[in-house]
Ligand binder design. Structure first.
Ligand code: UDP
Length: 315
């Protein structure tokens, strides 16, 4: 049975990866310092054979006994709200955390897959963004801490591939949402859903005409698993090309929650990308991957999950 290490395994995406690889029969070692992750996300796995949770900060040396077949590096705060709250932690986990995770993969001769991001494209001049687009990132802007950490992580991953022959994979993740996102995560969708369910105004930044393309976490996990199995070392975009304005998203959330909330327009944070949409041709051609869950179906599931957690908090 393959042994798979998942850094950030108690986070939103990490915990869904733990579920997936446990279901595949892997032994899963979930490493997390719980800075933005939560033990609740993996509570259902903790008693299962073959699952182990290790409370550890991966910016420090990572010790794992025995053989390891895969290292999936998903540790990092990822909400723009964290870019201002946790900028140094973000840079440390992107740099030192990636270095330690690569060192573990090298020592164990494991296959390494790192979570990169559409943020490597910055505020893009081309839409949609293919992997060949080199990006427009402001290193000293508020988003620079995340964007540059992830760009550094990609560069270091390629260096380990070239120098040490580590088998590497890079997934560039576009806006992903779904069950288990933190209620107060700070990103648009969790904010809108929490606000709508509580009857608070939905905070739309700017005029809401900026676009994003939202993909459900189940499609992302399937893409990551295909990438890991493949021999594709080049970065691969995984996201849903279904591009939509944030204003439309806010209105859809109000409709789906049957909320009486209104919209409240707040200033657009500096450096906020105006458009974002993945070009997924590479994932289609090389992995045979395409998203299958519609935005609205994904929103419905996420709303049901948020509603259950908000109700549980009340009682
Ligand atoms: N946004 C918004 N209201 C919020 C949170 C975010 O209008 O309460 C906007 C944000 O300015 C951005 C888009 O929604 O244009 C997506 O933001 P998010 O924080 O989800 O992630 P990003 O894609 O910017 O990394």
């Amino acid at each position: 049975m393959p042994r798979t290490v998942i850094t950030g395994g108690a986070g939103f995406i990490g915990s869904h990866l733990c579920d997936h690889f446990m279901a595949q029969g892997h032994e899963v070692i979930c490493i997390d310092n719980l800075l933005t992750g939560s033990r609740d996300n993996i509570a259902h796995l903790e008693q299962e054979d073959g699952f182990r949770f290790v409370l550890h900060d991966v910016t420090r040396y990572i010790e794992v006994d025995g053989p390891v077949d895969h290292v999936l590096h998903f540790a990092s705060p990822a909400s723009p709200a964290d870019f201002e709250r946790l900028p140094i932690q973000i840079m440390k986990v992107g740099a030192m955390g990636t270095h330690n995770a690569l060192g573990l993969a090298k020592a164990k001769k494991a296959r390494f897959l790192t979570a990169s991001t559409s943020e490597v494209y910055g505020d893009p001049e081309v839409n949609p963004q293919p992997e060949s687009y080199l990006g427009r990132v402001n290193p000293i802007g508020i988003r620079g801490v995340y964007d540059e950490a992830k760009r550094f992580a990609e560069a270091l991953t390629m260096a380990y591939r070239r120098v040490h022959g580590v088998e590497t994979r890079i997934v560039r993740i576009f806006n992903t949402f779904g069950e288990r996102m933190q209620l107060d995560d700070g990103r648009a969708l969790p904010n809108f859903i929490s606000q709508a369910l509580r009857g608070d105004p939905l905070t739309v930044y700017g005029d809401g005409k900026q676009t994003r393309s939202f993909g459900h976490v189940s499609d992302l996990v399937r893409g990551i698993a295909l990438l890991l199995e493949s021999d594709v070392w080049e970065p691969v975009n995984i996201g849903n090309p279904d591009e939509v304005s944030l204003l439309q998203v806010a209105n859809e959330v109000i409709e789906l929650t049957e909320s009486k909330s209104e919209l409240s327009f707040l200033p657009l944070p500096p450096g906020d990308p105006k458009v974002r949409r993945p070009d997924i041709q590479r994932a289609r051609d090389l992995l045979g991957w395409a998203p299958s869950m519609s935005r609205i179906e994904g929103f419905k599931r996420t709303i049901a999950d948020f509603r259950a957690r908000i109700d549980a908090k009340k009682s």
